[in-house]
Design a protein around this ligand. Structure first.
Ligand code: NAP
Length: 278
């Protein structure tokens, strides 16, 4: 296939590398000239075409990998130049604000969300196999030609594909992606509330794998975190409220020295985690 990738950061750059390794011809576009230069120099893409001008007429698929608020404006800029058969998808972490206008702008548009990443951003972090073994949401039903073809794309880079509706996707990721970012960010911010400076510094020295696990997603791309919250506000607020209720229950059990109840609650947490991380 000939594939165009717009937005050559962590996700777009990594996808370009994987697709080229699979033998696809990949052209790209991005916002800053230095990013395009790096992408061409390092072989992340084989050609560059500016957004809002002619693109190769044999392009089978365009994947929009810009920040969330750039996805629909980018699609609006390219539709006049797309061959009618070209498929378009995006990778935005929120789907409801994207798929309805996306479909209105382009008949061959299907939203995606590859659930892969790390706490880096930008082309210099692009890496092969970022998507391997991770889940990916494709918005729509299995059995429809376009959604099936987009599903095949993500399977080809090693992802497990789940078809769903945009609203269900956004509610689900509020729990498993957006809430963890905010909780983890709160942890990072809370630690520095320690007023005794030598103790705080000792904490920094003693922080090990447990802290690394729980603080990682809160230390990621701040622009991405802000856009997740902005575009999935209601679902995220609902999840934060429920989280605060559970945290208040834990706090109360500690305050009341209800150790038996606390252990039972932690036992339940131990079992429930296996449904999410197996
Ligand atoms: P990123 O590393 O910051 O990459 C985004 C790139 O888009 C930037 O490098 C920027 O390139 C380019 N860009 C920004 N505005 C643009 C525009 N108007 N037109 C063209 N290019 C533009 O971010 P990312 O983590 O790859 O995230 C990209 C998308 O993936 C987001 O929609 C996000 O929701 C989604 N996503 C992220 C993750 C994750 O964990 N990181 C996971 C799943 C999905 P320049 O250098 O040219 O400015």
């Amino acid at each position: 296939m000939k594939v165009g990738i717009i937005g050559l950061g962590l996700i777009g750059g990594s996808l370009a590398l994987d697709l080229q390794a699979l033998g696809h011809r990949v052209w790209g576009s991005s916002r800053r000239p230095e990013t395009i230069h790096t992408a061409l120099e390092s072989g992340v893409i084989e050609a560059y075409f500016p957004i809002g001008s002619e693109i190769p007429q044999d392009t089978d698929l365009v994947i929009i990998c810009t920040p969330i608020d750039g996805i629909i404006p980018t699609l609006a800029q390219i539709v006049a130049y797309l061959p009618p058969s070209t498929m378009v998808t995006d990778v935005g972490s929120v789907k409801s604000p994207i798929v309805t206008p996306g479909r209105a702008l382009w008949h061959n548009f299907v939203g995606s969300h590859p659930m892969a990443g790390n706490n880096h951003s930008g082309i210099k972090w692009a890496q092969q196999n970022l998507f391997q073994g991770r889940p990916c949401a494709v918005i729509g039903k299995a059995g429809e030609t376009l959604t099936d073809r987009i599903g095949e794309l993500w399977r080809s880079v090693g992802m497990e594909v789940y078809f769903c509706e945009a609203e269900d996707h956004d509610r689900a990721v509020a729990w498993v992606s957006h809430l963890p970012v905010m909780v983890s960010a709160a942890l990072n911010l809370a630690c520095v509330q320690e007023q005794n400076i030598p103790v705080r510094i000792l904490g920094e020295k003693l922080a090990s794998s447990g802290f690394a696990d729980t603080s990682r997603v809160g230390g990621g791309n701040p622009e991405l975190g802000r856009m997740m919250a902005q575009s999935n506000r209601a679902a995220l607020l609902y999840a934060i409220d429920r989280y605060q209720e559970v945290l208040a229950e834990i706090k109360e059990q500690i305050a009341l020295e209800a150790w038996h109840e606390l252990e039972a609650l932690l036992q339940n947490a131990h079992h429930l985690r296996q449904s999410y991380c197996n």
